[in-house]
Ligand binder design. Structure first.
Ligand code: PLP
Length: 428
């Protein structure tokens, strides 16, 4: 409390002294001019060519459209030997996987720091989530605590990989194997995790769910994938999805379908097909950009990466960072982060706050049964985390240097800006 009091009186003293009007939020010129940064999915003419190939095919849907089959084959090859089925979305892929394993038990163990789209399918499948806190340095589910939760009524573990991170969770995977609990990996943000990333081998998992939506690496619109070694799970995609017309083209109506119609969008598939050819270069450039940016801003006090940007296995969908508010003279909680985000955004840096609440708060079916207080690591990250987007090509080293210049400008100005943080805090 004392700290807050001195913070407040300091702040009012400073506000009399100087207000830094060079920062863009208070009228200065932004470091990055509008239009300078290319926003993902980085549209280009080649995408029009891909879309035209669907029009020329004369067929705008079908799960066995040649373009979809080609894409499935190419992704299978890129993954290094998994079987692949394209579906309507990443969420659909998670649902198909959970639906397949739902008879093994009634619960799914998953992280409290999670994407609602990953967790929603747990209830859709008639299952209940058990939430686990995260490891603060990875933002992935805590390996040891999760391993201790595999009771006999647990059907599966849903391991969500965020921002391009790889959640290896070796203890959890071993414990799940020993107990016959299904391992489902949500790699919607970490496409690289479908390849050999554990000393050259694949993750020990039963199924990987991938998204091809416009914000993800394949930047394709609306699309998802189920990747597995289990041929019955591949068949299960059609059982959950197809109501009419079998995969081989026969005009039938399935007697058993669950009827979700999770068909892949063929237009999106055409774009994903094009992008997959250049995926290795894309990943390389994302990693290089994040690494370079961190080299430029890593010495700033009170700033930390969520995971090691020099790890060449991660997929770096975005570059996630954390603020350490106390180190910057701010009270704990989200205020420092929220204020710094506004300052950086005004300078033209594409920084964003991700979710601000644990995932159960977003889901009416499970809200109320769980308390934020039980997930201190997740809460700390949710209060302090943000990410730099637009680290994909064609954005290059020059753009990263502009981002870095804006960070340095804001950090230099921060001591004179503390009085400007929102009233709620100054009054706290
Ligand atoms: C995007 C995403 C999903 C859902 O994918 P959609 O294709 O948008 O349905 C699921 N989980 C995570 C972690 C995601 O980032």
């Amino acid at each position: 409390m004392n700290k807050h009091v001195s913070f407040n009186s300091d702040a009012s003293a400073r506000s009399l002294r100087s207000i830094d009007t060079s920062v863009a939020l208070f009228g200065g010129t932004p470091v990055i001019a509008p239009g300078r940064v290319t926003l993902w999915p980085a549209a280009k003419r080649k995408h029009l060519k891909a879309l035209a190939s669907v029009v020329e095919s004369g067929k705008y849907h079908r799960v066995n459209h040649p373009l979809v089959t080609e894409l499935e084959g190419r992704l299978a090859e890129w993954s290094g030997g998994l079987s692949v089925r394209a579906v309507g979305s990443g969420t659909a892929a998670v649902h198909v996987a959970l639906d397949y394993y739902k008879d093994r038990g009634h619960h799914i163990v998953t992280s409290a720091l999670n994407w609602p789209g990953a967790v929603g399918p747990i209830s859709i499948s008639g299952l209940e989530p058990i939430f686990v806190d995260v490891e603060p340095r990875l933002a992935g589910m805590d390996d040891k605590s999760a391993s201790g939760l595999l009771e006999p009524d647990v059907a599966g573990v849903l391991i969500t990989h965020l921002f391009g991170n790889n959640i290896l969770a070796p203890n959890l995977r071993a414990a799940a194997r020993a107990k016959g609990v299904a391992l489902v990996d949500d790699v919607c943000q970490s496409i690289g995790a479908v390849r050999g990333i554990v000393g050259g081998s694949h993750l020990d998992t039963d199924v990987l769910a991938l998204s091809g939506n416009g914000a993800k690496h394949l930047g394709a619109g609306e699309l998802g994938f189920v990747l597995t070694r289990d041929p019955n799970l591949i068949d299960h995609v059609d059982e959950v999805s197809l109501t009419s017309s079998s995969r081989n083209g026969a005009r039938i109506f399935s007697p058993n379908s669950k009827g979700y119609n999770y068909r892949p969008n063929v237009f999106s598939a055409s774009i994903a097909n094009y992008r997959l050819k250049h995926l290795d270069q894309q990943l390389e450039k994302r990693r290089n950009n994040a690494f370079l940016l961190w080299r430029e801003i890593g010495q700033l006090p009170g700033l930390a990466p969520l995971f090691d940007p020099s790890d060449r296995h991660q997929s770096m969908l975005n570059f996630p960072l954390r603020i350490e508010p106390e180190q910057l003279g701010f009270p704990s909680g989200p205020v420092a982060r929220d204020f710094i985000i506004k300052l950086l955004q005004a300078e033209g840096v594409p920084v964003w706050v991700w979710l601000t609440k644990p995932v159960f708060e977003y889901l009416p079916d499970v809200r109320g049964k769980w308390s934020k207080a039980d997930f201190p690591n997740a809460m700390r990250l949710l209060d302090t985390m943000f990410y730099v987007s637009e680290i994909a090509p064609p954005n290059d080293a020059e753009i990263m240097k502009l981002y870095a210049a804006a960070f340095h400008k804001i950090w230099a100005a921060l001591p004179n800006l503390i009085s400007k943080i929102p009233d709620g805090v100054a009054a706290a």
